[in-house]
Design a protein around this ligand. Structure first.
Ligand code: GSH
Length: 206
């Protein structure tokens, strides 16, 4: 049985949970209390010296980096729709995965961490930096969704899960780009059963 180190508000965990739910892969959850600093504990640092979640254990195999986990699971379970074997399509998937990590991800962290999770400590200049970056990146994503319902074709891949988890995170700050292709794609992603299972718990009604 897989073991997944987890936090319900992590966008990086969320993409892994979504793939496992979509593919019907079972796993045990190990919650990591980020607010209490559990990710900095010597016990967790032995599991992931980068003090980050997710980490996936598969027997003796230990993997961190959410996109590496997506690739591993897709390859191990032969999820060829999620991680196409055709070279050109795979290259497009890899491109969006890396774009998400290198370009979009830092802007999302700047905005959402500081607007939603940091409370009074929220760094206004980081929010401005993130918003300026997002103003550049939103149109790139919008154009990427112009021709096909998902990023690389008619079916979603692990690239859609990775980028979706970032876009969902932006919705927590009401900062997601509201352009038509992104909005329609976000709706298609949110309607998926596995994706639904990866959403954070709703706050209890007052
Ligand atoms: N590149 C990593 C980023 C993971 C990451 O930033 N995780 C956050 C939670 S969303 C975390 O654990 N932060 C705690 C820290 O960096 O100390 C991945 O894709 O898995």
């Amino acid at each position: 049985m897989y073991v997944l180190y987890h936090h319900p508000f992590s966008q990086h965990v969320r993409r892994v949970v979504a793939l496992m739910a979509e593919a019907g892969i079972d796993y045990d959850i190990r919650p990591v209390d980020l607010a209490a600093g559990e990710h900095m504990s010597p016990a967790y640092l032995k599991i992931n010296p980068n003090h980050q979640i997710p980490t996936l254990l598969d027997g003796d195999v230990k993997i961190h980096e959410s996109n590496a986990i997506l690739r591993y699971l897709a390859a191990k379970h032969h999820l060829d729709d999620w991680y196409p074997t055709d070279l050109a399509r795979r290259a497009a998937v890899e491109q969006w995965l890396d774009w998400g990590q290198c370009r979009l991800g830092p802007a999302v962290v700047d905005i959402v961490f500081n607007k939603v999770f940091a409370g009074e400590r929220g760094d206004k200049s980081a929010i401005e930096r993130g918003e300026a970056k997002l103003a550049e990146l939103g149109p790139i994503l919008e154009a990427g969704l112009r021709r096909t319902p998902y990023l690389t074709g008619d079916q979603p891949t692990i690239a859609d899960l990775a980028i979706w988890s970032n876009l969902f995170h932006l919705t927590l700050a009401d900062a997601d780009p509201k352009s038509p292709n992104i909005t329609a794609w976000l709706g298609r992603m949110m309607a998926r059963k596995g994706v639904q299972q990866a959403l954070p718990p709703r706050p209890a009604a007052a």
